[in-house]
Design a binder for this molecule. Structure first.
Ligand code: GDP
Length: 444
């Protein structure tokens, strides 16, 4: 899921790379491409509109960042807006102060409710809870048996009416299950309710009756992410008919376009709590809007880099370095400062791996690791301030002294001095990639 959307968003954003400045026309063109990508992924129209307006408004100059270049800024905005429509913060399950916590599941038949009941039960069991599964779908033949099979696989007890008593009363079953949970020390009750192939009044009324009887702490609307645009109308019908506190997306492993996932939260206002992505009980996890957004954007590494660049960024220092780079006045002292600033962002191998375009600079970057940088730092620290400011004076005898003092071979000092200008060139390129200097110096 999300592959096409991901590809299209990436290519829309790729067009911005290398631009020193973004014009309104650039922003409009990118917004247009993002809009098409979202519509093709079946995202609901009102959601697309809000999203695009936000992107345009924010990208058109409002936030001038010193740490990021324009393309990085737009990626950051798109990511933040994606996280926003997916719900922002991760929403955890609300547990009752006085157990048992009652969780009611509602949704269409085939949405994956019964499977989900088992997945959720197993998930909670792993966290140390003692859940009780409750079969309140007494309409569909086999629904009770299916829940019992799922419960057995999850290793969780199932509460169901005795067979042979005719069609039972789901409201009574729900009520009795809560009493049973209290006496048998179950701290969570998961109530599986009846679904229909389409929304109908009787189903809604039954679910609402169960809700009124057991007053759930959470009512989770279970929705098949493969049903596309219908997800939104179904969600609205359930919101109006039963009401729910959270959403569970199922079948995210399918090859559908994923619009449902991106629309449901924004349209209903209810947070997505869990996502299911397969038929096995293990194919299930808590839903994290930020992780989902970076998966959709397909730029996990780029986003990490952007975050780190912002954190490590020291404006004053970067401006000084930028002006020195542009006038060719950079000294070994500056080189050391810059190296320390870059290293604040994490192990150098990780950083280089995350750089778009690092592949093209492979030759210059070969052999650069933290060990190498440690030795470079030691050598520069072994120099006098005069030597650092003016590397040209570092003659043969100075080189031996520096090598002795910093515990390296003379060859390495030679190497450093000789490669200083080369390294300066590389720093210039890296400064551009990292956006240090806010794009002002990047291309000089
Ligand atoms: P219910 O009618 O809402 O209770 O839905 P079921 O739990 O019976 O699921 C309907 C079908 O969808 C079953 O064949 C499940 O195996 C399948 N299913 C449930 N969740 C997922 C999922 O996350 N991914 C996939 N691929 N199939 C799922």
């Amino acid at each position: 899921m999300f592959e096409t959307l991901s590809d299209r968003l990436t290519s829309a954003l790729q067009n911005l790379r290398g631009k020193g400045k973004l014009t309104d026309a650039d922003v409009d063109a990118t917004a247009r491409e993002i809009r098409i990508a979202l519509l093709e992924a079946d995202v609901a129209l009102p959601v697309v509109r809000t999203f695009i307006n936000q992107i345009k408004q924010r990208a058109k100059g409002a936030e001038v960042s010193q740490a990021l270049n324009p393309a990085q800024q737009v990626i950051k905005i798109v990511n933040e807006e994606l996280v926003g429509i997916l719900g922002g913060e991760t929403r955890r399950l609300n547990l009752a102060k006085n157990p048992p916590t009652v969780i009611m599941l509602a949704g269409l038949q085939g949405s994956g409710k019964t499977t989900l009941a088992g997945k959720l039960a197993m998930h909670l069991k792993k966290q140390g809870h003692a859940p009780l599964l409750v079969a309140c779908d007494l309409q569909r033949p086999n629904a009770v048996t299916q829940l019992q099979v799922v419960g057995e696989r999850a290793g969780v007890r199932v509460f169901a009416p005795e067979p042979g008593n005719g069609v039972g009363d789901p409201v009574a079953v729900a009520r009795d299950s809560v009493a049973e949970a209290r006496s048998a020390q179950h701290d969570v009750v998961i109530v599986d309710t009846a679904g229909r192939l389409g929304v109908d009044e009787e189903m809604m009324r039954q679910a609402a009756d169960i809700r009124d009887e057991v007053e759930p702490n959470e009512t989770l609307f279970v929705v098949d992410a493969m049903i596309g645009q219908d997800a939104v109308s179904t969600a609205e019908a359930f919101r109006d008919g039963v009401g729910f506190t959270g959403v569970v997306l199922t079948k995210l492993d399918g090859d559908a376009r994923g619009g449902a996932a991106l629309s449901v939260r924004e349209v209903t206002g209810a947070p997505i709590l869990y996502a299911s992505n397969g038929e096995k009980l293990e194919d299930f996890d808590a839903f994290h809007p930020d992780r989902m957004a970076s998966r959709i954007l397909g730029m996990g590494d780029m986003l990490t880099l952007i975050e780190q660049a912002e954190q490590a960024f020291d404006q004053e220092q970067a401006e000084q370095a930028a002006s020195k780079l542009s006038t060719g006045e950079m000294t070994l002292e500056d080189f050391l400062d810059q190296m320390l600033a870059v290293r604040k962002m994490g192990p150098i191998g990780n950083l280089l791996g995350m750089l778009p375009g690092a592949g093209q600079m492979k030759d210059q970057l070969a052999g650069i690791d933290d060990n190498y940088l440690d030795r470079l730092q030691a050598i520069i620290r072994g120099m006098t301030p005069e030597e650092r400011a003016n590397p040209k004076i570092i003659n043969g005898s100075r080189r031996s002294r520096i090598a002795n003092g910093s515990g390296v071979q003379v060859r390495e000092v030679n190497d450093l001095v000789n490669r200083f200008f080369e390294a300066r060139k590389m720093m210039q390129q890296m400064a551009g990639q990292f956006g240090m200097g806010g794009g002002k110096s990047a291309t000089k």
